[in-house]
Design a protein around this ligand. Structure first.
Ligand SMILES: CC(C)(COP(=O)(O)OP(=O)(O)OC[C@H]1O[C@@H](n2cnc3c(N)ncnc32)[C@H](O)[C@@H]1OP(=O)(O)O)[C@@H](O)C(=O)NCCC(=O)NCCS
Length: 201
């Protein structure tokens, strides 16, 4: 069994590795991406850089085996991304006509760097925080997921947040079962995403 600690800059490669190996609705997305960095850029790295107080890693004798990251105020985090995170990625991965027209997962991620979607206002009144959690297979099923969520939601609650939300692929039934077991309720159900939330007050 591993341990949980605050993530540091030294954990970036480990976190990106976990992000890629769990990026296909919980399964390994390595084969879907020619560039192994893009998923981490889109879903993980910014939390280590911009919200380090809410970035946790699960570590065992093989290294980083999982993480839980979040932001206490999603709108503030989106502004931070716009100022500090997306500009460099937009420069490194320009929106060429090829990228605009390609149907590959890599091109979809690059388009997202240029046109990130904003979270709906209605959701943020009650559930201003959001989080992501991912564990490699070797770290699953032993209580590490619960421990990560409890530590992260504890930190968000202590920060004064009223609630947290997250998005999950509808086909990721095992993650949905896990979230429900931990007390998350359904906030919205769309064909491509189920939005779940937990109130702190
Ligand atoms: C989803 C995930 C984070 C869960 O972590 P985990 O370490 O496997 O879960 P835990 O062992 O801590 O389980 C916590 C509780 O949830 C329960 N649980 C786990 N999966 C469940 C399921 N599918 N249905 C019902 N309950 C479930 C456990 O029985 C346990 O209950 P208890 O603590 O009351 O005894 C982990 O499996 C994972 O990273 N999966 C791949 C990536 C992923 O899908 N991430 C989510 C993307 S939105």
């Amino acid at each position: 069994m591993g341990r949980i600690r605050r993530a540091s800059t030294h954990d970036v490669s480990g976190v990106y590795r976990v992000c890629l190996k769990t990026g296909a609705a919980g399964g390994d997305a390595t084969e879907e991406h020619e560039n192994p960095d893009l998923l981490g850029h889109a879903y993980a790295g910014a939390y280590l850089a911009g919200e380090p107080k809410f970035a946790l890693v699960a570590v065992d004798e093989h290294g980083v085996g999982g993480y839980a990251v979040g932001a206490p105020d999603t709108r503030t985090f989106e502004s931070w991304l716009e100022q500090h995170w997306w500009p460099t990625l937009r420069e490194q991965y320009p929106l060429t006509p090829e990228v605009e027209n390609a149907r590959t997962p890599d091109a979809r991620l690059i388009r997202r760097f240029h046109r990130p979607s904003a979270t709906r206002d209605g959701l943020l009144e009650e559930f201003p925080a959001h989080l992501h959690i991912n564990l490699l297979e070797r770290c699953r099923g032993g209580g590490m997921g619960r421990a990560l969520i409890e530590e992260l939601t504890g930190a968000l609650r202590q920060h004064g947040c009223t609630g947290v939300h997250l998005g999950v692929a509808p086909e990721n039934q095992s993650a949905i079962g896990f979230y429900r077991r931990l007390g998350f309720e359904t906030l919205a159900s769309r064909p491509d995403e189920l939005v779940l939330g937990m109130r702190f007050v």
